[in-house]
Design a binder for this molecule. Structure first.
Ligand SMILES: Cc1ncc(C[n+]2csc(CCOP(=O)(O)OP(=O)(O)O)c2C)c(N)n1
Ligand code: SF4
Ligand SMILES: [Mg+2]
Length: 349
């Protein structure tokens, strides 16, 4: 039961659809105070409110973990399915195949995605499933007491553990290599950067990964952990300051050539990158992987939009499914009748 007061200020600001921010909130969080995951939930709430996403057009999906509990804490009026450990992408795929008209918002952890769910994650990415896939990445299994996860950097140590001896999986680099059309990395403690990243992911058509470094204050917030607040603040390198600009008729490009880059989303909205001198061409897969490797070698974490490709077909387009969502088709449309079936069978004889 929510402990939030039910009183509402009569003049709470509303968005274009008439919803207030409260309409995008969920239950009170039961996570540890200071957990990065709560900051990400708040960024999701803000992004959806500011984009005027209709809550009933969203389906939240998750696996198992502290991170996978968070859909209870945002978008309380949306559809939701809390699946089993690592299986969120299968549920997202099935739901998306049945009804392609909803916004699918998958939330997962680094354990849920990069260990038990890795085989699921990579296939959702390579099929370019139209969904937002947010990883709340703390480098550990928070819910089961802080064991190292597969995204923990080699040499990085959590509260009681020895330095991790294994190579880390970089989910962004994997997603770029697999052909995902929108790949970004944020930090839970940097809302100014994270909210536009989530907005861009929502507006992108196809697979949108937002990997968010999210310190676990209970098990993985020592200075030796590369997913801690201290480490990330000291070692973060952003691709540039940027903002998300919904397409409005009056928007004109007034960005200086060579310093900025605007990338149009399928629905016409723009991601506006203010490129710093050391930035790179985010539309190139090779450049994105080079940049990630470059900063990794320096011990830095590259954040921001890492890769965007708006020219890709999503799973439905690749498969040539009907324009109408499959769950709206009637029996008559789905079953062509005995004569047609006989003809089809004849072709196989
Ligand atoms: C099939 C199965 N194996 C193991 C577990 C135990 N388990 C629950 S959550 C979890 C890891 C969670 O880590 P992560 O996805 O990173 O989430 P976090 O808690 O760190 O946010 C594990 C191993 C489980 N619930 N189901
Ligand atoms: S154990 Fe870690 S990940 Fe889980 S709620 Fe607490 S701080 Fe967050
Ligand atoms: Mg984790």
């Amino acid at each position: 039961m929510s402990r939030r007061p039910v009183f509402r200020h009569p003049k709470l600001p509303t968005n274009d659809r008439g919803y207030t921010r409260r309409d995008y909130e969920g239950l009170d969080s039961t996570l540890c105070a200071g957990c990065g995951h709560d900051s990400i939930s708040n960024a999701i709430i803000r992004a959806c409110f500011e984009l005027s996403v209709e809550p009933h057009r969203v389906a939240k999906l998750s696996g198992i973990g502290c991170s996978s509990k968070t859909p209870a804490y945002f978008l309380g009026k949306s559809h939701g399915f809390n699946s089993v450990h690592g299986r969120m992408p299968s549920i997202a795929t099935g739901a998306n195949m049945a009804n392609k008209d909803l916004l699918y918002m998958g939330v997962s952890g680094d354990g849920d995605t990069a260990s038990i769910g890795m085989g699921q994650f990579i296939h959702a990415a390579r099929r370019n499933l139209n969904m937002v896939y947010i990883v709340m990445n703390n480098g550990c299994y928070g819910l089961t007491k802080g064991q190292d996860s597969a995204t923990a950097d080699r040499g990085s140590a959590s509260r009681k553990g020895l330095p991790n001896p294994f190579e880390a999986i970089d989910l962004c680099e994997s997603a770029v290599q697999l052909g995902a059309g929108f790949v970004a990395r944020g930090f839970s403690g940097d809302k100014a950067q994270l909210v536009p990243l989530i907005k861009g992911a929502i507006r992108h058509k196809g697979f949108s990964l937002v990997d968010v470094i999210s310190p676990c204050v209970t098990f993985n917030n020592t200075p030796t952990s590369t997913k801690s607040y201290h480490w990330v603040r000291d070692h973060m390198e952003a691709t540039g300051a940027f903002d998300f600009i919904p397409m409005q008729p009056e928007i004109t490009t007034e960005y200086e050539a060579g310093t900025d880059q605007s990338v149009a989303m399928h629905d016409g909205s723009l991601i506006h990158l203010h490129k710093s001198d050391n930035s790179f061409d985010a539309t190139s897969r090779r450049a994105a992987i080079d940049a990630l490797e470059h900063y990794r070698e320096q011990g830095q974490i590259l954040t921001g939009i890492l890769h965007v490709n708006e020219g890709l077909q999503d799973t439905h387009e690749i498969m040539g499914t009907t324009d109408a969502p499959l769950n709206t088709l009637t029996e008559k449309e789905l079953c062509p009748g005995n004569d047609v079936l006989q003809k089809m069978m004849g072709a196989y004889r």
